[in-house]
Write a protein that binds this ligand. Structure first.
Ligand SMILES: [Fe+2]
Length: 237
């Protein structure tokens, strides 16, 4: 059974599902794709204060619908990591993944600060006591190198790849090429949907990618990446 740690499933809160019907359609597709656990990770950044209460309300509503489909729903955030975000983390303004020490972070796709700055910013987050997961490292065009990824891994950062990043139909040659490289190097810890319920990122394509990867990389490796439920285990322990 698959565990999806990165999804924009909550309705009308970010650029993910646009309304409740959209969310329910996504849940039905998730069930068909064999997903058992989903963490809702709406975007949060330092430019706009998030309404934690509203998010909680939406989450509680959707959780009932998910349970009807035998899916466990959890709450988290996808945190845009900037210098100012450190203060918000200290003030407990964001949701960690399923209320554990795991935190899902991202950078702007065109982030161009020196890589050393990125490393020290991530260190600051680790120092706050978080286990940091970097979302879709394949998207950051300025850091797309195996040696940089190895530095992050040595630092203790976990890497989460988007399932659809192997599809040439939706991504540039560079993204697909790098995705294959990091998979081959076994640098990825989680594969997630990052669903927005768009033409590209939805659970239908997630399942398509799962099957394609299983054929290419073998059942054992792919199952491990899609079914990695270390976060859920920590939540339940
Ligand atoms: Fe995302």
């Amino acid at each position: 059974m698959k565990t999806d740690i990165h999804s924009h499933l909550l309705p009308s809160i970010d650029d993910g599902c646009k309304d409740i019907d959209d969310s329910l359609k996504a849940l039905d597709q998730a069930k068909k794709a064999g997903v058992r656990n989903i963490i809702c990770t709406p975007h949060v950044n330092c430019y706009k204060k998030q309404d934690k209460e509203k998010i909680h309300e939406l989450y509680e509503r959707l959780k009932i619908e998910a349970n009807k489909r035998n899916i466990n729903l959890f709450l988290g955030n996808e945190v845009l990591l900037t210098n100012d975000m450190i203060e918000l983390l200290k003030q407990d303004m964001v949701f960690s993944l399923a209320d554990t020490k795991y935190l899902l972070v991202e950078f702007k796709r065109n982030e161009n600060r020196p890589f050393e700055d990125i490393v020290s910013l991530l260190d600051e987050v680790i120092d706050l006591g978080y286990k940091v997961i970097l979302a879709h490292p394949e998207y950051y065009s300025n850091y797309r190198s195996i040696s940089k990824m190895k530095i992050l891994k040595q630092q203790g950062i976990l890497l989460q790849m988007d399932a659809t990043s192997i599809l040439r139909k939706y991504h540039s040659r560079q993204v697909v090429h790098f995705t294959k490289k990091i998979l081959k190097e076994k640098l990825i810890d989680f594969i997630s949907s990052d669903i927005h319920q768009t033409e590209e990122r939805n659970y239908k394509n997630y399942l398509r990618c799962y099957r394609k990867m299983k054929r290419r990389y073998g059942k054992k490796q792919v199952t491990k990446l899609f079914e990695n439920d270390s976060i859920i285990e920590e939540k339940l322990s």
